[in-house]
Design a protein around this ligand. Structure first.
Ligand code: TXA
Ligand code: MG
Length: 355
């Protein structure tokens, strides 16, 4: 159930921010309404994090289950004390190095933050975004803002205002359009609420960088299958960040991956399937003659670019009407670790290793 709006999109230049647009958005947030806005990772769907009714609107607009907690966005260290308590020293050290930026910390929740924001957990996820529009908005409304990615639940996250509109048109009054986001994948989430720091979600802050500051960071496989019986921890569902089409992920040496993509494309076409390819620039010479909808995410040697284009690429392929996406895997260093995580999820775990 959700309210109907005629959704407005206001263009805002991140380098010359229109104060009137920000004021309008801040007024909506103070009034308990929803506003979508750009961050450096993906677009967020924001509401007052201290207002349970406002936060409930986020879940309704996204069709998000109440078991999946939200990330609270702040713009100052002073605001941190409003939303979190018992902040460990490690958190302060990480904040000094990584904020503002794509790192979310899970801390003990302050009483003022309503249950619904954290899906009833005694913790709260907090991040300070680096995007100038997000910062201007947070500063203007003077509230901590709960904001998940501004997509329908389990869809790919939005990296443009158009993606937000495609998923949520009519479900919120306002979208601030600051152009495509620069990182393209969500923030890295680290849980600091228990004894040992634990990676909850890889993202825009790379594991290598984090490990310099958290040598004992616990990194466990987080590909929980929904059919495994017990309810997985929030946000750990494998089916997440998904395109509409089925996706198969192929991993292995480049030549073997290309040969397999060619063979599987022919097989899928023979089966009457509409198939699309999600590849890298280097694959084009081998694969372009297949003549099926093809999206390249960029060069294998430029993983930040692959990350930036990943969600748009999935959406673009979906828009061509394919029912099967054959995708290549990427190296797992740097941003590659988070890229791999999202592709495995988009594939719902269907990874084919070739050699
Ligand atoms: O980059 C980002 O983090 C973006 C932008 C908008 O800031 N936000 C984002 O939010 O990706 P969302 O809702 O799509 O992801 C929130 C995830 C949850 O699914 C869950 O995995 C984790 O954050 N999370 C939030 N609060 C938590 C908590 N208290 N305990 C454990 N995990 C939590
Ligand atoms: Mg999300």
């Amino acid at each position: 159930m959700h309210q109907q709006f005629s959704t407005r999109v206001i263009l805002v230049n991140p380098l010359a921010i229109d104060a009137q647009a920000i004021d309008e958005a801040a007024a909506l947030l103070r009034d308990g309404q929803l506003v979508a806005f750009p961050t450096e990772t993906v677009y967020g769907l924001g509401a007052n994090a201290l207002d349970a009714v406002a936060a409930a609107r986020i879940f309704a607009a996204k069709d998000r289950p109440a078991s999946d907690p939200l990330i609270v966005h702040i713009w100052s260290i002073e605001q941190l004390a409003q939303v979190a308590i018992e902040i460990p020293n490690l958190a302060h050290r990480l904040i000094e190095v990584f904020w503002p930026g794509p790192l979310t910390l899970i801390l003990r929740r302050a009483e003022r933050v309503p249950d619904i924001v954290s899906a009833g957990q005694p913790t709260v996820a907090v991040r300070m975004p680096a995007h100038p529009i997000a910062q201007a908005l947070l500063r203007a409304c003077e509230l901590p803002i709960a904001a998940p990615s501004a997509n329908r639940f389990a869809h790919s996250s939005p990296t443009t205002a158009q993606h937000v509109l495609d998923d949520l048109d009519g479900r919120l009054p306002l979208i601030l359009d600051g152009g495509p986001t620069s990182i393209g994948l969500e923030s890295t989430i680290v849980d600091l609420s228990s004894d040992r720091p634990r990676l909850v979600r890889p993202g825009g802050t790379t594991l290598d960088t984090l490990r310099q500051f958290i040598p004992d960071l616990e990194v466990t496989s987080r590909y929980a299958q929904p059919e495994a019986g017990a309810m997985p921890a929030p946000g750990m569902l494998l089916k997440h960040y998904s395109p509409r089409a089925d996706l198969l992920l192929f991993d292995g040496p480049d030549e073997a991956v290309r040969a397999t993509l060619i063979r599987r494309t022919h097989e899928a076409l023979a089966d009457g399937k509409r198939v699309g390819l999600l590849i890298a620039d280097e694959d084009f010479p081998a694969l372009s003659s297949l003549n099926v909808p093809t999206v390249s995410l960029g060069s294998l040697t430029d993983l930040p670019q692959v990350a930036r284009r990943l969600y748009a690429g999935l959406r673009d392929l979906d828009a061509t009407g394919v029912d099967l996406i054959l995708a290549r895997a990427y190296p797992s260093d740097g941003m590659g670790f988070a890229i791999r995580d999202r592709l495995i999820r988009a594939a719902e775990g269907k990874v084919v290793t070739v050699n």
